[in-house]
Write a protein that binds this ligand. Structure first.
Ligand SMILES: [Fe+2]
Ligand SMILES: [Fe+2]
Length: 215
């Protein structure tokens, strides 16, 4: 235990001061926005498709709320990829690097992202964010800081699934305001559907409804 205060019961707290929106910034149907279970190295109830789907949802909300719409495409790609290479559910500083390797070895996956507008020059930043999402903090003046911070915060918000989330681990104040929504999203959708091709499509309207309910 680190000595940080863990928050175990947030769902009744209302989001304040900001009106959040959930819109799809990616030119793909909903069913293609999250990786299917077969793309993961290992099936995991903790780090599999439902987790990654919620991280993608948080990424969309955060990029819009922060006025970082220019990052939405890269942030989606990074969120989509970030846990594909996990080989176990424990502490694993190298699993971001494994995920990068999976994309580099999968031309179809690269084509999916590039078909949505990801450019060759974007891969450096996306791969950096994915590699570092499970490593130490990136300096504020690092050129890949913003994308990495977006991924770390969106991923961090879904730590509610583990029973607790330390707000001081989040980087953007708006991410802290999203904690009640993260709880609500997880608790209201954990038994919604089985992972599969249509998982994100089923999750999406519920995620939107829960956000409206909060604001
Ligand atoms: Fe991860
Ligand atoms: Fe993750």
């Amino acid at each position: 235990m680190t000595g940080h205060l863990l928050i175990f019961a947030e769902p009744e707290q209302k989001m304040k001061q900001h009106s959040f929106e959930l819109v799809n910034p990616i030119p793909l149907p909903l069913s293609q926005l999250a990786p299917v279970p077969e793309l993961f190295t290992r099936h995991s109830p903790i780090h599999g498709q439902p987790h990654v789907s919620r991280v993608i949802i948080h990424t969309f909300i955060l990029t819009k709320a922060l006025g970082l719409e220019d990052y939405a495409l890269k942030a989606w790609a990074a969120a989509y990829i970030h846990d594909l290479g996990r080989v176990d559910d424990g502490v694993s500083p190298e699993h971001g690097l494994y995920a990068v390797g999976k994309v580099q070895d999968n031309p179809e996956l690269k084509t999916l992202f590039e078909g949505c507008g990801v450019k060759e020059k974007d891969w450096t930043e996306i791969f950096f964010a994915v590699t570092h999402h499970c490593l130490e903090e990136v300096p504020l003046d690092h050129p890949c800081r913003t994308l990495t911070a977006l991924l770390k915060d969106a991923d961090g918000l879904d730590r509610v699934r583990l029973g607790g989330l330390d707000p001081s681990f989040l980087r953007f104040p708006l991410s802290v305001s999203l904690i009640p929504y993260a709880w609500r999203l997880f608790r209201n959708t954990r038994d919604l559907a089985k992972p599969g091709q249509d998982y994100f499509e089923i999750l999406w309207p519920v995620a939107r409804q829960l956000l409206q309910k909060e604001t």
